[in-house]
Design a protein around this ligand. Structure first.
Ligand code: T5A
Length: 208
């Protein structure tokens, strides 16, 4: 068993928290070492960066700062946590990863994808083996996310921003179909979890 990185992506309110718990249980049942992380965050420095980027008080944060902070947190997470775990053969399950930067800062904020790809190579250096995308209409996701309570700085963006995020995610799935599995997250939760389980099992069967 060699280490592998599995990432979960999606727009706001796609249901990633519930899906993460389900996927973690399913992976652990295989008897492998599992490490769960979230982005931005996952290290002491990364969690501090998370508090800055999501704080609605920092309304004036520019797109470049936002992107660099995401990669600052990611660089720390890769070196401190993900890299060593993969080296010892663990399965790392990450709630968001570099694709979120392509979708939010690339699609949403309009930063050139080539620049983000350069940061991906330089500051991060690893790519997921499997990425599961929870895809659903923006208005449905926002209604779920905003129904939970106060919004963070990014959740407070306009609907058009999230439409661009969704389009960027879908574009990435089309560019690299072998890595992605797209799950219709507008369906009832039990159906979403079945689809996730099927996608995960297929990945492990293809690469035991
Ligand atoms: N970001 C992150 C960037 O801009 N660039 C980056 O590079 C990175 C890494 C992270 C923010 O940072 C941005 C993206 C984000 O805006 P976060 O708090 O981690 O902030 O936000 P999210 O990742 O979006 O997570 P959320 O907690 O907002 O959403 P989830 O986890 O997708 O949704 P969840 O599971 O809490 O579900 C929302 C509600 O819907 C219900 C749940 O019960 C819950 O109440 N629900 C369903 N209801 C009906 N049917 C279903 N199928 C349902 N699934 C869930």
């Amino acid at each position: 068993m060699t280490g592998r990185l599995i990432t979960l992506e999606g727009g706001e309110g796609a249901g990633k928290s519930t899906a993460m718990a389900f996927l973690a249980g399913r992976i652990a049942a295989r008897g492998v070492e599992l490490l769960q992380v979230r982005e931005p965050g996952g290290t002491e420095a990364g969690e501090a960066i998370r508090r800055v980027v999501l704080n609605p008080g920092h309304a004036g944060l520019c797109a470049e700062t936002e992107l660099l902070l995401m990669f600052a947190a990611r660089a720390q997470l890769v070196r401190e946590v993900i890299g060593p775990a993969l080296a010892r053969g663990a399965v790392v399950l990450s709630d968001r990863f570099t694709d979120a930067s392509f979708a939010y800062q690339g699609g949403g904020r309009g930063i050139d994808a080539g620049r983000i790809a350069e940061l991906e190579r330089w500051a991060c250096g690893i790519r997921p083996d499997l990425t599961l995308l929870l895809d659903l209409p923006v208005d449905q996701g926002l209604a779920r996310a905003r129904g939970r309570g106060p919004t963070d700085r990014i959740e407070a963006e306009r609907t058009e921003f999230f439409e661009r995020v969704r389009a960027a995610y879908r574009q990435r799935t089309a560019q690299e179909p072998a890595r992605w599995r797209v799950i219709d997250a507008s369906r009832p939760l039990d159906e979403v979890l079945v689809a996730l389980g099927t996608a995960l099992d297929a990945h492990f069967e293809a690469r035991p």
